[in-house]
Design a protein around this ligand. Structure first.
Ligand code: CP3
Length: 340
């Protein structure tokens, strides 16, 4: 059987041509996504429709032949599965009813949770059945700190004041919310793996918002617990950790969490990426705006990354998600350059 390039790179192999996939590779920059999105109803409805979510997951694979397909869903489906109301508003992003104190923390009732999210597991198995064997299927969840940020702030935030105030003033109460999220995330990712996900990624998009003194407790420890518990069930599962904005703390995050590979944002200098690569596979870290720019700017940024990362296990990706105004032709040019 031809083992997928993505799985080989995550297993530590240095490849002549690195595998490539992109964060937010399914989404608004694709006309076929916009067309389907317009007739799908709400974004939550789309995430809970196995037929449509599977189709959206496959759209970028058909167009660009990426080495990995990432499940089409959202990190906020975990709070939704815990019974928290969730909606997405055009131009405003996600809106949740904020959890403000210990009394408002939802319980993790595994049966109820999996019942709500069962359509997502169904999407995973449909996608796996439709993919060629060489295309790896990536499942994902938000890491607890980032998911808690949306639950506590009630949506996106500029300064994370409510989140940080709770964590500082009442660490035990906040810890109770984090414990619920750890349990739910382990259950959620276990189900995705059993349905056919071969890799999982933990998105800690707001890791960089954790104050230095809080990083270990609220970013590193919950992630380490999730990784350890998943490995008890699935010993060989590759886990990609994305502690966006963690900067100089990235190395310690990798070592202490035991993630298989580190996804790096565009703020990580390539010299540092190289040093990290000596310890575990790395993924990243093209600036998403270079992909919007295209042309010589894109080519030189891509070549610089390919050259710097050629000496070890590497997965080509962006440093953050594709932005909606990215021309699809630039994505095709990127894939050709990486494979060329
Ligand atoms: O990467 C993929 O193609 C798979 C699908 C995916 C989505 N969101 C689809 C989505 C994944 C992996 C995510 C992760 C996610 N969601 C993160 C972590 C990664 C990151 O970007 O930092 C975060 C923080 C979220 C929360 C979220 N979802 C926000 C803040 C928003 C609104 C901003 C926006 O881009 O609209 C979303 C909505 C969302 N999730 C969209 C998509 C395609 C756009 C909604 C739409 O199409 O109407």
């Amino acid at each position: 059987m031809s083992r997928s390039l993505l799985l080989r790179a995550l297993a530590g192999e240095t490849l002549d041509t690195p595998p490539i996939w992109l964060m937010r590779q399914a989404g608004r920059y694709l006309p076929e996504y916009r067309e389907l999105r317009a007739r799908a109803g709400s974004f939550v409805d789309l995430c809970l429709s196995p037929e449509l979510a599977a189709e959206v997951t496959l759209q970028p694979i058909r167009r660009f032949g990426f080495d990995g397909a990432i499940l089409f869903s959202d990190i906020l489906m975990v709070p939704y599965g815990l019974g928290r109301p969730l909606r997405f508003e055009e131009g405003r992003g996600p809106i949740l009813e904020p959890v403000v104190d210990r009394a408002g923390i939802p319980a993790y009732d595994a049966d109820a949770f999996h019942k709500v999210l069962a359509p997502i597991y169904e999407t995973v198995s449909r996608v796996r059945a439709a993919l060629a064997p060489e295309t790896a299927l990536i499942g994902f969840a938000g890491a607890p700190w980032t998911v808690a940020s949306y639950m506590v702030e009630g949506g996106s935030s500029r300064d994370f004041a409510a989140l940080k105030l709770w964590a500082w003033r009442d660490p035990e109460g906040f810890g109770a919310l984090m414990d619920v999220l750890v349990d739910a995330t382990v259950g959620y990712l276990d189900r995705q793996v059993r349905a056919g996900a071969q890799v999982v990624k933990l998105f800690d998009s707001w890791a960089g918002a954790a104050p230095e003194t809080q990083f270990e407790r609220w970013v590193v420890q919950p992630t380490a617990t999730i990784v350890r518990r998943l490995r008890e069930i699935h010993p060989d599962l590759p886990v990609i950790g994305f502690a966006r904005g963690a900067g100089a703390q990235t190395r310690g995050y990798g070592a202490a969490t035991g993630v298989t590979a580190l996804a790096l944002d565009s703020g990580i200098p390539l010299a540092m990426a190289c040093a990290l690569q000596a310890e575990r596979p790395v993924q990243g870290n093209l600036d998403p705006i270079a992909l919007v720019a295209g042309g010589d700017a894109l080519t030189s940024e891509v070549d610089r990354i390919l050259e710097a990362m050629a000496g070890g296990p590497f997965v080509f990706n962006l440093g953050h998600g594709i932005v909606p105004h990215t021309p699809p032709e630039h994505v095709a040019a990127l894939v050709a350059r990486v494979r060329g």
